[in-house]
Design a protein around this ligand. Structure first.
Ligand code: NAP
Ligand code: MG
Length: 511
């Protein structure tokens, strides 16, 4: 991991301010390093790095279609071994049995180590996932912030004493639930790995991590850093593999908790598998989030941030503000100003620097998004910007704005997970809320208004786990994140996430 080669074309020194709409400043790097990637990247089971006995999965750079490496396809034997390693770690208390301060220090060391490797992790993430390097830096920073936040959590996991008269002493305590399966998506591979691993470790749980098959590399690096930081072997295990690996893991009888981020469809099958043993689940699923622009909004601010809310990460964000709901009186001005901005968004290899729209993660995802562009046209959409797929190499789709669709169009209702914005108009506040809530999803929502009362009224009326007012996609490690309706159950981040890896025990003592 320490060996590096220089990528001269990479730009460093960019702002990590990806969540506000400020223009990113970039500068040419004197010598940005390319992380060393082994020809075969092993997975971590207990104290050994192993290639496994199953097949190999190709890991591609989606911007060039270059083969980066291969990872093992973990089968039942590897799943059993990894869960056994986590169960052994749980049983002998090598992690949960240590003092909160000891675990705090290890997690703080993990954050320091990750910070010392932040640029390497960001470059690796861009190579593996395709996202612009500035965004990868932001993701890595947010992952590290979560680890740091969780470092303080072990000592905060207190119970309560229940007043129960003079002849009883009654108290509650929080105990780690046991080995946790952490199943990850490909869109924020490091960040979500860091969120879930640090929350579970803070709670005292060993983890078996299953990264997405398209993007396994940074989760493997995180596991290596955990060992370097002093997390005992067996406490963090990583299984590379496919959907069958994830399915075997979440159904394994040794798993006491499942935390999954991914599609609603797979989330349902994870929940069904967990139901067999009444295993608690946290599910962070899909979204089709509304971004509501009222007539009194500061349009300069809207127009600065709006392109990023849906085109950043090529739209491959569960929180993408992919449904623009705009008041009829400002609709034309918003679109007249938005379209040239979208046309001018830099599309390309995220390692170049200054790119806003990188490739989609895979050919499958590009084709899926392309099929939605065809569907949108068939549904009668007007294509105001983009609308096409770029020739290879690389899995590029143009940032696209679709108007003229009704609220029932599939492109308006279904999660496209690509750089595609649909636009609907409204006349009244009630209509805006009704349109926003007319979705099976409820992950996030944006409100743009200069009327404080309207902002709070609308925030209260929206069916969403997260609401942003006059901003979008801001995350903080102390602020819980997750969805309602079919966007999921439970929360990542905040003490809510740590507590989700614990059970409350109630103890009554007759004095
Ligand atoms: P996905 O296809 O649902 O896969 C997610 C993970 O589950 C992958 O690691 C996948 O492995 C694994 N998996 C597949 N089948 C499984 C099964 N039957 N049992 C257990 N695990 C299984 O999702 P994705 O395509 O990676 O990510 C895109 C989706 O995630 C979008 O819908 C997006 O909205 C959602 N997302 C939500 C959030 C949030 O916080 N709410 C955040 C990010 C993404 P393989 O990769 O090997 O198939
Ligand atoms: Mg990849």
């Amino acid at each position: 991991m320490a060996d590096t080669a220089v990528i001269t074309s990479v730009i460093t020194a960019a702002s990590t301010n990806q969540y506000e709409g400020e223009p990113m400043t970039t500068g040419v790097a004197p010598g940005v390093t390319r992380p060393r990637i082994a020809a075969e990247e092993p997975m971590l089971i207990g104290d050994s790095w192993t290639c496994g006995s199953g097949g190999r999965i190709a890991v591609l750079d989606p911007a060039t279609e270059e083969l980066l490496t291969t990872v093992g396809l973990a089968g039942p034997a590897e799943v059993d071994a990894a869960v056994a390693a986590a169960m052994a770690a749980h049983r002998d208390g090598r992690w949960r049995g240590r003092t909160p301060e000891w675990r705090r220090d290890v997690l703080a060391r993990l954050a320091d180590l990750a910070e010392s490797r932040a640029e390497e992790l960001a470059v690796l993430e861009t190579l593996d996932n395709g996202k612009p390097i500035e965004r990868a830096r932001g993701d890595v920073a947010l992952g590290i912030a979560a680890i740091r936040h969780c470092a303080g959590a072990p000592a905060r996991l207190t119970g309560a004493v229940q007043p129960a008269g003079t002849d009883r002493h009654v108290y509650t305590s929080r105990e780690p639930v046991g080995p946790a399966a952490l199943v990850l998506p490909w869109n924020f591979p490091f960040m979500i790995a860091a969120w879930k691993v640090s929350a579970a470790l803070a709670a005292g749980c060993p983890v078996v991590v299953k990264p997405a098959e398209q993007t396994p590399l940074t989760a493997l690096r995180l596991a290596a850093l955990c060992l370097d930081a002093g997390v005992p072997a067996g406490v963090v295990d990583v299984l590379t593999g496919g959907g069958s690996t994830g399915a075997a893991l979440v159904a394994h009888p040794g798993i006491a908790k499942v935390s999954f981020t991914g599609s609603t469809e797979v989330g349902r099958s994870v929940m069904a598998a967990a139901a067999g043993r009444v295993t608690p689940v946290t599910l962070e699923l899909g979204g089709k989030s509304p971004n509501i622009v009222f007539a009194d909004a500061d349009l300069d601010r809207v127009l600065t941030t709006l392109p990023r809310t849906v085109f950043a990460h090529s739209g491959q964000m569960c929180t993408a503000g992919s449904r623009l709901l705009v008041h009829r009186s400002v609709r034309d001005e918003v679109l007249e100003r938005l379209v040239p901005l979208v046309d001018a968004l830099p599309v390309g290899n995220g390692l170049t620097g200054g790119i806003t729209v990188g490739p989609l993660v895979s050919a499958v995802q590009r084709d899926r998004v392309a099929s939605y562009l065809d569907l949108g046209r068939a549904e009668g959409a007007t294509v105001l910007a983009g609308g096409g797929v770029r020739g290879g190499p690389g899995f590029f789709v143009e940032p696209t704005v679709l108007t003229g669709l009704g609220a029932d169009a599939r492109c308006v209702r279904e999660e496209i997970f690509g750089p595609v914005l649909t636009v609907l108009e409204f006349d009244t506040d009630d209509e805006a809320v009704a349109l926003a809530n007319d979705s099976e999803y409820g992950l996030a929502a944006g409100i743009w208004t200069s009327d404080l009362a309207r902002a709070h009224r609308t925030a209260a009326a929206l069916e969403a786990g997260t609401v942003w007012v006059n901003t979008y996609n801001e995350f903080h490690p102390a602020v819980p994140f997750g969805g309602v309706k079919q966007s999921g159950i439970g929360r990542d981040l905040g003490d809510a996430a740590v507590e989700s890896f614990t059970e409350l025990k109630s103890v009554t003592v007759a004095l």
